[in-house]
Design a protein around this ligand. Structure first.
Ligand SMILES: Cc1cc2nc3c(=O)[nH]c(=O)nc-3n(C[C@H](O)[C@H](O)[C@H](O)COP(=O)(O)OP(=O)(O)OC[C@H]3O[C@@H](n4cnc5c(N)ncnc54)[C@H](O)[C@@H]3O)c2cc1C
Length: 361
């Protein structure tokens, strides 16, 4: 007879891995991952920045609370961000500043032309978010998995979750790697979270994956030393410098798709370059890499942490959208407290977990 785990986490991306690390040795955990490489999907395809404003004011507490953990592990490095706009974006700039006025996020209005060489003349509005940072995503993810394993978690790869049924308080979980038993299932399956829910007999929560495209550019001139992350206040692009004078650029696309191994479309690459050329006068010398990943959102674009309303022993850790890396440490602590039924870590005690509860749907 197979052992009975306390918790079987489906998905070893950032969500599942960070939750397993936060649970630590307080429960016997199995992490069941469909792929042979944890992090193959959204986690391995991110733009790798930490921005307190990204995702809006309801996400900001999770991002801000995660900062000290990421910093202490050496996973953040200085980047800074400037949100830019044209004259017609004045109201959007005001709304953006107002949205964070009650938070501790430091935002200053600046003249973007003083900070972005080659900026085209119509980009006259700017807001600086100095705290924005690079995140070493691979290191954050690898550390979470290492911490979880050191605490006794079993990571099983090539173990796609196929079905589960519960009797006498114990789930029998069928996977491609065999049968497992667990008292609780955690759904951390990213774009497949609704599929996993249905296979466990739970109601899907209308999670929608959206494709997002990234390109790596070589430009002439190359990205200047000290360039911050540049984001359009109207949400049509962002770009950030990378080593070797390269840039990572996104057209901020959000194409709804079914869960899949996402690949970039030529049209989105072309849109990205067109938008970029409207911002700065640098020539695009080469598109060196292109990739796409899925950002999966609940209908209200907030993540879902908590036990399912109807199916006992089924816990949601899904809908991390475009902020699943930068929020991971705090979100994992919050989710672990809900899952284990213990008081939250002091770092997240002031965050209202009810706004992320599955019963809101
Ligand atoms: C282009 C792009 C840029 C982004 N930029 C940023 C950024 O700068 N900062 C930031 O914080 N976030 C960013 N994000 C968002 C971030 O990447 C995601 O929020 C985060 O990776 C989600 O983690 P996850 O574990 O939920 O999903 P995933 O990493 O997709 O992990 C889910 C896992 O579940 C597994 N799985 C699925 N079905 C099953 C099954 N049936 N059985 C077993 N396992 C299964 C999958 O194989 C996968 O490994 C970006 C995302 C994209 C696509």
């Amino acid at each position: 007879m197979t052992p009975v785990y306390d918790i079987a986490i489906v998905g070893a991306g950032m969500a599942g891995a960070s939750l397993a690390a936060a649970i630590g040795s307080r429960a016997r955990v199995a992490i069941l991952e469909a792929e042979d490489a944890p992090g193959y999907h959204a986690t391995g395809r991110s733009a790798a920045f930490w921005s307190e404003t990204y995702g809006g004011p309801d996400i900001q507490p999770l991002t801000t609370a995660s900062g000290p953990f990421l910093e202490a592990d050496g996973h953040l490095s200085p980047l800074g961000s400037i949100h830019v706009g044209r004259a017609a974006d004045e109201a959007a700039i005001d709304a953006f500043l107002a949205a964070f006025a009650d938070s501790d996020v430091v935002l200053d209005r600046i003249d973007p032309a003083l900070h972005i060489p080659g900026l085209r003349a119509d980009w006259t509005l700017g807001v600086r978010e100095q705290s924005c940072a690079y995140i070493d995503v691979a290191a954050v993810h690898a550390k979470s998995i290492a911490v979880a394993r050191a605490a006794g978690a079993d990571l099983v790869i090539d173990a796609a979750f196929l079905a589960a049924r519960r009797s006498d308080g114990i789930w029998t979980v069928e996977t491609r790697a065999g049968t497992f038993r667990a008292r609780t299932i955690v759904n951390a399956a990213g774009a497949w979270a609704d599929t996993v829910a249905v296979r466990a007999g739970a109601r899907p929560l209308r999670l929608q994956p959206y494709r997002r495209t990234m390109v790596q550019l070589r430009t002439d001139p190359g990205a200047p030393e000290g360039l911050p992350h540049i984001a359009d206040i109207a949400g049509r692009f962002y770009f950030k410098p990378e080593p070797g004078g390269r840039l990572w650029l996104s057209p901020h696309d959000e194409t709804p798709t079914d869960p899949c191994d996402a690949a970039p479309e030529e049209i989105d690459v072309a849109i990205a370059i067109d938008r970029f050329e409207q911002v700065v006068d640098w020539r695009v010398a080469a598109v060196e890499r292109r990739w796409a990943g899925l950002r999966t959102f609940a209908p209200d674009r907030l993540p879902i942490y908590g036990f399912d309303r109807d199916v006992p022993g089924f816990f949601w850790c899904a809908g991390q959208g475009g902020f699943g890396i930068q929020t991971a440490p705090a979100a994992a602590l919050l989710a672990a407290s809900l899952l284990l039924g213990v008081s939250p870590d002091p770092a997240v005690a002031a965050i209202d977990a009810a706004r992320y509860a599955p019963e809101r749907f």
